[in-house]
Design a protein around this ligand. Structure first.
Ligand code: SF4
Length: 331
């Protein structure tokens, strides 16, 4: 879901040379279309440590808000990027961890909404801070909020999301219900399925009850498509996702969709260049996604997306080593 804030992105509309530390993309996201990512926290601050996290284990398991990245730096980069009014479907708060941990989150939302009202804002969040009335108020102006809820039992929450010790799933569900009651925008609830963990009848019934109360606009079933934080997590088969979708549709009326794999569509020339650079680097030596991001001076989310495309095309494989997941070029 997220990636490294200390890394840089060098993509910009029309490939002008400008390196950003807190913006990444725009990437052609499977859910959001052409999306400019904004990182509000460094790698890797999050109240959760999800076993499927694509940017690997949480190093700072925190719930306290702070100005983890100076907001003035983020606003300066946004102004630089948006001055030419590039075409975007969304500006998305995502990145290396939980965006609402940055105490300046609301300031960034207000800045964009007042200066660039033509852009829609999306917030990818694990929802753990939405209990806080300040965070809730800051998130209300977003056009699309995409919270996650992978289990509605404390046992499932602890196995899958490995939360900071004070976090209770019932409080998360209550926060999502309360947020939905005030929030006027779109809410898409993501449920990440792990076979053998949250696909039992008990788990699915508990999730159905929670979803019926939260009343999102849609539910999106997700599954692993590149290595997560823990090796034992495997991609749930499509047949299982289809069964769960069918079951959910007997339990509530909210539409359920299975998130398809990313379309291999490259919007910017810079992405094609980057794909070639990743390919030639991997042809010479195996690297982690973070190695590639540092070597190529781009954001780990960008690298992750392109690795996914190479993986889907059968060009690379991966191997887990002590230092992380290494990607290897297939001969
Ligand atoms: S909420 Fe989970 S998936 Fe998202 S950044 Fe945190 S640990 Fe990763």
């Amino acid at each position: 879901m997220k990636a490294a804030g200390s890394l840089t992105s060098n993509l910009e509309p029309h490939s002008k040379v400008k390196r950003y530390r807190h913006l990444f993309g725009p990437v052609n996201s499977r859910r959001l279309g052409l999306s400019l990512g904004v990182d509000l926290v460094p790698y890797k601050y999050c109240p959760l440590n999800c076993v499927y996290c694509e940017v690997q284990n949480t190093t700072h398991l925190v719930t306290m808000r702070n100005e983890y990245i100076p907001i003035d730096e983020i606003l300066e980069e946004l102004d630089h990027f948006l001055i030419s009014h590039p075409r975007l479907d969304y500006i998305t708060f995502s990145g290396a961890g939980e965006p609402t941990l940055n105490i300046g989150f609301g300031r960034v939302v207000q800045h964009i909404k007042s200066r660039y009202p033509e852009y829609k804002l999306a917030l990818l969040t694990n929802g753990t801070l939405l209990y806080d009335p300040v965070v809730k108020a800051e998130a209300l102006p977003c056009d699309l909020v995409l919270p996650s809820l992978d289990s509605a039992t404390q046992r499932g929450y602890e196995i899958i999301n490995r939360p900071q010790k004070d976090l209770l799933v019932q409080e998360l569900i209550a926060s999502l219900i309360a947020f939905r009651q005030e929030y006027k925008g779109e809410m898409w609830l993501e449920v990440f399925i792990i076979a053998g963990i949250n696909d039992s009848q008990e788990e699915l019934i508990a999730l159905s009850r929670a979803i019926s109360q939260i009343r999102p606009d849609k539910v999106q079933l997700n599954a692993l498509d590149r290595p997560g934080a823990e090796e034992w997590v495997q991609a749930a088969p499509l047949s299982l996702l289809q069964e769960i979708k069918a079951f959910f549709q007997t339990q509530f009326t909210t539409p359920v969709e299975i998130i398809a794999k990313a379309a291999a569509h490259l919007e910017y020339e810079g992405s094609a260049d980057m794909l070639a650079q990743i390919s030639s680097t991997l042809q010479r030596r195996p690297c982690t996604a973070e190695d590639l991001a540092i070597t190529l001076g781009t954001h780990i989310n960008e690298v992750s997306k392109l690795l996914r495309e190479l993986n889907t095309a059968g060009k690379i494989e991966h191997k887990r080593e002590e230092r992380g997941v290494f990607y290897l070029w297939k001969a």
